[in-house]
Write a protein that binds this ligand. Structure first.
Ligand code: SF4
Length: 362
């Protein structure tokens, strides 16, 4: 069976030709896929025979809304999607003045083990497919009615740990006959997989690379981000320098402010030293309070920002959206997993038994 929505228009054309169908059908089917149909039967301008043929050869994997939280404060919407195999991932719709942005997941869980992140607490279950990534954008748009103009790959999972899928997703989402979202409107976040950053640089894409730095020294970074134990800050920064030289694209460095861990004046000085002579931008992130985590939000965000600015570093502080909902990455999925555990035991592990729920926040 063929995962039809993970194919490019060109591949779909060739595949249909192999099935003895004319080329013009490909565009017709492609358009239906990006209208968010859930079955081939909804492709009403195709003959019944062709719809049945497609149904016997290919499959679609539309996600279901398992939970939905809407912020009363700023209209942020957090979706928990149930995938066709019962696993769940999250997406968040954020409304900015420059347009609507959706933050999407690329894996079910994550194996990177960052200490401040709820997504990694139960490890990685599997990679998402390109279609499952596309559908998070498409179905967020369809459900909310908000046209999406920007995408951030910053949800559950490490994008560069699912490299080929993410590359295919970027091709698909950028396609003029599909969602047509330009590369300059896409940000990809990585915890710092150096080999894959070098590989990505070779594509010369105009997207924004965000590197989750979170500490300027090996001791601290290795403590909160296990990936650093094999790479190290120096090697990561060398890779970032190469990325900039190859692509000409400024990197955004993400820095989650953690109380008493990475928020001292000394660490601000070290961070400024790392960025010296390298065009880049630091995004300070006020940490979300994750129930299970001993790491707490820093109270020194403004002082840290000032100190960096005195060194000439360009700094922004990320605006907290959806602070009245489970807006931190992986929190909603964890909550749902905990709540469905007794039911899973009863039903032999089929989380689909839980059905659809919708949480409107008070
Ligand atoms: S921060 Fe990103 S890379 Fe680190 S564990 Fe969470 S999802 Fe994985």
């Amino acid at each position: 069976m063929t995962d039809i929505k993970s194919m490019t228009l060109e591949e779909l054309t060739a595949w249909l030709k192999d099935q003895g169908e004319p080329a013009f059908r490909a565009k017709q089917i492609f358009h239906w896929l990006y209208r968010g149909v859930s079955s081939f039967d909804e492709m009403t301008d195709l003959s019944k025979a062709l719809r049945e043929k497609l149904d016997s050869l290919a499959f679609l994997t539309p996600p279901q809304v398992a939970r939905k939280q809407v912020s009363r404060l700023d209209g942020t919407i957090k979706y928990l999607w149930e995938l066709s195999d019962g696993n769940c991932v999250e997406s968040v719709l954020m409304r900015y003045q420059h347009g609507n942005t959706v933050c999407i997941s690329c894996q079910v869980g994550c194996r990177m083990g960052c200490a401040f992140c709820a997504s990694t607490l139960a490890g990685k279950v599997r990679d998402l497919t390109p279609a499952e990534m596309i559908d998070q954008v498409l179905f967020t748009q369809l459900d909310s009615g908000a046209p999406i103009s920007n995408i951030v790959l910053m949800g559950i999972g490490e994008p560069l740990d699912n490299f080929e899928t993410v590359m295919r997703f970027l091709t698909l989402v950028n396609h003029p006959e599909g969602l047509n979202i330009g590369m300059r409107h896409i940000s990809l976040s990585t915890c710092g997989l150096t080999e894959q950053i070098d590989k990505l640089a070779q594509y010369g894409l105009q997207l924004t690379l965000s590197v989750s730095l979170h500490a300027p020294d090996d001791e601290t970074r290795s403590r909160i981000m296990p990936v650093n134990r094999s790479v190290g800050v120096e090697k990561l920064m060398d890779t970032c320098r190469r990325y900039f030289q190859t692509t000409g694209r400024r990197i955004s460095y993400e820095y989650a402010m953690i109380d008493g861990v990475n928020d001292s004046d000394r660490q601000a000085d070290l961070l400024a030293g790392l960025l010296k002579g390298m065009p880049g931008h630091v995004n300070l992130i006020p940490l979300n309070d994750v129930e299970e985590s001993p790491l707490k939000p820093s109270r020194r965000v403004a002082a840290f920002q000032k100190r960096l600015e005195r060194h000439g570093v360009t700094v922004t502080v990320r605006r907290r959206l959806g602070s009245d909902i489970d807006a931190s990455c992986g929190q909603l999925r964890r909550k749902a997993m905990r709540e469905t555990e007794p039911r899973r035991e009863r039903t032999g592990g089929d989380s689909r038994e839980t059905g659809r729920k919708e949480d409107e926040q008070p």
